[in-house]
Design a protein around this ligand. Structure first.
Ligand code: GAL
Length: 415
């Protein structure tokens, strides 16, 4: 009897390990900062509970530029990962190549059509078929302010660009770095797009960035944007060049800097450091952009690997991601808001509640548009052409006049 039981235990142990070996996902992503990794941990644990093992393929680099280079190398080598974090137009590009798995059956079973916002579905579907599972909705036109520094500056968050500069002047007088910025092309682009929205409003953003209208890209409003950039550079510290975004967040968290313009993934860093919105830091829409939302949505695409077991694990992962309870657990840590419209905001902090409300209102009032810097306004080639001009102007390598001349030219050449 005892021998029989032992044999039984051995067989079931074998069965478990076989199941674990079969059910696994290799996930390529760029969530490597403290806050991002904490959010990813929520997904890893969720999948582990479902018997799906996680093989991590992290490629550091905000906004995923380096991750996309790594992906191209893997696909070229004939060995794509199981699942890949991806943004907007990159999803469309890979879908066009016909290499992504179809998620229609799962989407029907879970009713994705009814709950995923239309703006996201534009990127999650290709030719009417679901090819990506949206995890979240981020937004880029935010400003993160150290509460102590703001209180010393009078306590009133800036509502327009003039008030923003006045606050930065006060931070300078306090002896801290007024604006924590990381000089990397995608971060320069994130700041630039917030300024485009602030100086021109949503209609101008759509004209200049979504339609890439040459007159809007080179006119007077764009001149103001570049003048603002030049002025803002005077509020950075000496070591801004090349700095990762999360290190800039840390400067604000530690009170070494007053504010950071960044997408709401920055909130993940504040939370990770034990900071509370309203008490330790303040989240506001970038001055002059209240009511407008520039969004980006992280989605997971599943490469078509022609392997039934891998596909089963892929579907389990996609199903887990769209689960309403997971949407709450993940997004409250990540700083983003749910990719479904039917998730209550109860568990979210005030910044999250504001993010959800702003998104819903912007979607109905036409003041919602894709973020350029995070892949939701233009294909990568155009995005990078714009980054080039913006980064060079911000670093004083070209003048504003040159930037205004080159911007429409660079965009046209990249199209
Ligand atoms: C964005 C991405 C976010 C966050 C950020 C910085 O493109 O959507 O989830 O990771 O980059 O890495």
């Amino acid at each position: 009897m005892r021998r029989f039981l032992l044999a039984g235990a051995a067989i079931s142990a074998m069965a478990t390990s076989t199941a674990l070996a079969e059910e696994s996902v290799e996930v390529l992503h760029w969530w490597t900062s403290g806050g991002e990794a904490a959010a990813l941990g929520v997904l890893k644990e969720n999948l582990a509970a479902k018997g799906v093992a996680w093989k991590d393929m992290p490629v550091a680099g905000g906004s995923g530029v380096q991750a996309m280079t790594a992906l191209r190398a893997r696909v070229t080598a004939g060995d794509p990962p199981t699942a890949v974090q991806m943004l907007g137009f990159d999803i469309k590009d890979w879908a066009e190549m016909g290499v992504l798995g179809n998620l229609d059956d799962l989407a029907t079973e879970q009713g994705w059509d009814k709950v995923v916002p239309a703006a996201l579905q534009d990127f999650s579907k290709f030719d009417g078929h679901w090819i990506a599972a949206p995890v979240n909705v981020h937004s880029t036109n935010w400003l993160w302010i150290n509460k102590v520094a703001l209180d010393k500056a009078g306590g009133k968050p800036p509502e327009n660009i003039d008030e923003f500069f006045a606050m930065l002047d006060n931070f300078k007088e306090q002896g801290i770095t007024p604006l924590a910025h990381g000089g990397q092309p995608w971060q320069d682009g994130t700041l630039w797009e917030a300024l485009v929205l602030s100086e021109g409003g949503m209609d101008f953003y759509k004209k200049a960035v979504i339609e890439a209208d040459p007159a809007a890209l080179s006119g007077d409003t764009m001149r103001k944007v570049f003048d603002d950039l030049t002025k803002l550079r005077g509020y950075f510290d000496d070591s801004f060049s090349g700095r990762d975004w999360n290190l800039s967040s840390a400067m604000v968290i530690e009170g070494k800097a007053g504010a950071q313009q960044m997408g709401d993934w920055a909130k993940g860093e504040f939370l990770r450091a034990g900071k509370k919105p309203g008490a330790d830091f303040v989240c506001i829409r970038f001055p002059g952009t209240q009511g407008d939302v520039l969004f980006n949505s992280d989605q997971f695409v599943m490469f078509d690997l022609g392997d039934a077991e891998k596909r089963d694990a892929q579907l389990k992962m996609a199903a887990a991601v769209e689960d309403p309870a997971f949407q709450v657990a993940f997004n409250t840590v990540k700083g983003s808001v749910p990719a479904r419209t039917d998730v209550p905001d109860t568990e979210f902090d005030d910044c999250g509640k504001k993010g959800m409300k702003d998104l819903a209102e912007a979607a109905t009032s036409g003041t919602l548009a894709g973020s350029l810097a995070h892949g939701h306004a233009q294909p990568s080639a155009v995005k990078e052409a714009i980054f080039d001009v913006v980064t060079q102007q911000l670093n004083g390598q070209i003048t504003t006049d040159e930037a205004l001349k080159r911007l429409p030219e660079a965009v046209a050449a990249a199209k």
